[in-house]
Design a protein around this ligand. Structure first.
Ligand code: CA
Length: 659
């Protein structure tokens, strides 16, 4: 942290280009291929952003986010209109950002940004700043609010912050749901159906706008991903409004009815302070979108880890064997399964307090220790914010019971908890997320959230954070045949949208053909076996609760099991090779020296895919695929040519895994 501050100080003394002509300032990214303009006109602050297209000696601006409003309204001052610029300064000396991340797309990150600082004054003479950081392909900005005279405590009630897009852009976005609907009134929980490549004028299903992250396609000009990061207990989680003014999405606040109507929809902050970062990632191709690290580049760890947290592959009985499996004997079977697979952990899901009891759990914890498997334990986040009945309840909602619970978990070697059924995006709920994470770290415990909001920079902010559901996840395969029919499409969508900004705890890799404990019952999986293996690479989360069951050990070809024994959950590097959201994906990830490539086709026709993996050039690698019939998984050696070119034909809802 000290290093960054020092660099900031140096940059201030070496301002190189402030083209601040009156009320407008323009800045280029360190590679000079992304631009940002900020202007103040008629009392309104706006920004415009885009890419620069270089052909020969000519460079033309390609606007991606059209002139869009800035500003916020607090109970102490209206910072949205009547604004004049006190100072507007562009700093074109790149400030480097270097850090390591225990989980994500990349383990060592080296990037840099230029910045714009604007100090604005409203009609009453009250001041605030807008801070922009311009990275290659990425922009982050936030409002910084100094103390206002004697007023040191404010509530941010709304923002005028917006993102104006070309009217012909299309969207891959997920609607915000009504509050207090769905299973036992547990929504919103980021579990709605996306619209796919649909016009931005499409109204959202519930009329409450769209949850982050939001991906937009602007034809040949490229792609834009909009999200936010750095949301801690100091703010609420925001989302995008319904489209207004023809082509403008604005920052929307939580809905009144969330958290059973309790708690403000605004953000209570002590001054000086700042809002979360809003982020824009732009690319002529999807590569900068899928590979972006902007959610972590602009945040800092909020505390030190109390131990060296490691990634984990867990067995998980509930996903196929459901509620009835949360009993002592069935959990022993899944602890044995984890041990057989050489996996790190076993997740004991909801219902354990009633069905197994604390004493039974302690015996299971001891059995885990004997088997070299770390236990993970499910909790209901409740509290009084929904009707979800699963136990253990009333253990995570206040610090007294929470710390008592965590002390018990720590005493018995529990590696992590999975806390489910949160109450939306209000600051009230953000405080609960942070309190759980912070207390858990004190007891050396990792945390997965389910039925929850999107993580916003949390991999870096909270070192014991593992992942969040915040997606229509694998449980829906069990619940609905329609979801099974769509599984391949979703699997080829999430790496381009939901998973680009945060760990996605999906709970996937189902190898049973039917989703039921008993043979011949349950929904039918449409994807091939290798497609399921490929999701273990495609979906990023350092703690994976995979959906394997004891039957898989004898029913699947041994090479499938061997792959699942070997697949890592943490990555040093990620590269998008090719793909289109919802259609197909070629994604390469490196763990240590080894590359793993997922090649997936979600469409209804066979697809010939050609691509180049330079790291495989001239090598003989292992390939798992589904055979010409799309049903017979096999393992083969593949000799890659000197240039690393690979051509594959994938059957519908089939995949190849290369490593
Ligand atoms: Ca869920």
């Amino acid at each position: 942290m000290r290093k960054t501050l020092l660099l900031v100080a140096l940059a201030v003394t070496s301002i190189t280009s402030t083209q601040a002509q009156d009320n407008k300032v323009r800045l280029l990214s360190p590679d000079r291929l992304t631009y940002l303009e900020v202007s103040i006109d008629n009392g309104n602050a706006t920004y415009t952003a885009g890419l620069r297209n270089v052909t020969g000696n000519d460079t033309i601006d390609v606007p991606m986010v059209l002139q869009s409003p800035l500003g916020l309204i607090t109970n102490a001052a209206d910072f949205s209109t009547g604004l004049t610029a006190e100072t507007m300064t562009a700093y074109a000396t790149p400030i480097s950002v270097d850090y390591s991340l225990r989980q994500g797309k990349q383990s060592q990150i080296h990037t840099a940004y230029n910045r714009i600082d604007v100090t604005l004054k409203n009609a009453d003479g009250k001041k605030f700043n807008v801070a922009f950081r311009l990275f290659n392909n990425n922009i982050a900005f936030r409002y910084e609010i100094p103390q206002q005279g004697e007023t040191a405590a404010i509530v941010v009630e709304s923002e005028t912050t917006g993102f104006r897009l070309p009217t012909d852009a299309t969207a891959f976005i997920c609607p915000q749901s009504d509050p207090m609907i769905g299973w036992k009134r547990t929504k919103p929980s980021y579990e709605e159906e996306y619209i796919w490549d649909a016009p931005i004028t499409t109204p959202s299903r519930y009329g409450h706008g769209w949850t982050f992250p939001c991906l937009f396609h602007e034809g040949d000009n490229g792609w834009v991903l909009i999200s936010e990061t750095g949301v801690s207990s100091d703010y609420c989680g925001n989302h995008l409004s319904e489209l207004t003014d023809g082509n403008l999405f604005q920052i929307a606040f939580p809905m009144e009815g969330e958290n059973n109507g309790f708690g403000s929809t605004g953000a209570q902050i002590g001054l000086p302070n700042s809002t979360p970062w809003r982020t824009i990632t732009m690319g002529q191709t999807l590569k900068p979108i899928v590979e972006t690290t902007i959610p972590w580049d602009v945040v800092e760890p909020l505390y030190e880890p109390t131990r060296d947290y490691k990634g984990s592959r867990n067995t998980w009985s509930w996903i196929i064997w459901q509620d009835a499996s949360i009993n002592y004997d069935d959990q022993v079977k899944f602890i044995d399964l984890a041990s057989n697979l050489g996996w790190e952990g076993c997740l004991i899901d909801g219902g354990w307090l009633t069905n197994i009891g604390r004493e039974g759990m302690e015996r299971l914890f001891a059995y885990c220790a004997e088997k070299g498997v770390k236990p993970w334990v499910w909790y209901n986040s409740n509290g009084g914010w929904n009707d979800a009945p699963q136990c253990a309840k009333q253990c995570m909602h206040n610090p007294i019971v929470r710390k008592q619970e965590m002390r018990w978990l720590q005493q018995h070697g529990v590696a992590g908890i999975k806390v489910d059924f949160f109450a939306g995006d209000k600051q009230e709920t953000m405080r609960l997320y942070e309190a759980i994470l912070s207390d858990a770290n004190d007891y050396g415990i990792q945390v997965i959230f389910h039925g929850c909001t999107l993580p916003r920079g949390w991999e870096r902010m909270y070192p014991n954070y593992v992942g969040s559901e915040a997606v229509l996840a694998s449980e829906n395969l069990y619940f609905s045949q329609g979801f099974c029919d769509m599984e391949a499409r979703h699997a080829c969508l999430h790496p381009f949208v939901r998973n680009t900004v945060g760990a996605m705890e999906y709970g996937g890799t189902v190898l049973q053909k039917r989703l039921h404990r008993e043979q011949g019952k349950g929904n039918t999986r449409r994807t091939s076996d290798v497609f399921e293996l490929a999701t273990a690479i495609a979906f990023q989360c350092c703690g994976q609760n995979f959906a394997l069951t004891p039957r898989n050990l004898t029913e699947q070809p041994q090479f499938e099991i061997d792959f699942m024994k070997a697949v890592p959950t943490t990555w040093d590097e990620t590269q998008l090779i090719d793909g289109y959201p919802g259609k197909y994906l070629v994604l390469a990830r490196r763990h240590g020296e080894k590359w793993y490539v997922a090649v997936m086709n979600s469409e209804t026709a066979a697809k010939k895919i050609q691509f180049t993996i330079p790291e495989f050039a001239g090598k003989t690698i292992t390939m798992l695929n589904d055979g010409k019939d799309g049903q017979t998984p096999n393992k083969a050696e593949l000799k890659v040519d000197k240039r690393g070119r690979i051509t594959l034909t994938l059957q519908p809802q089939c995949a190849a895994v290369l490593y």
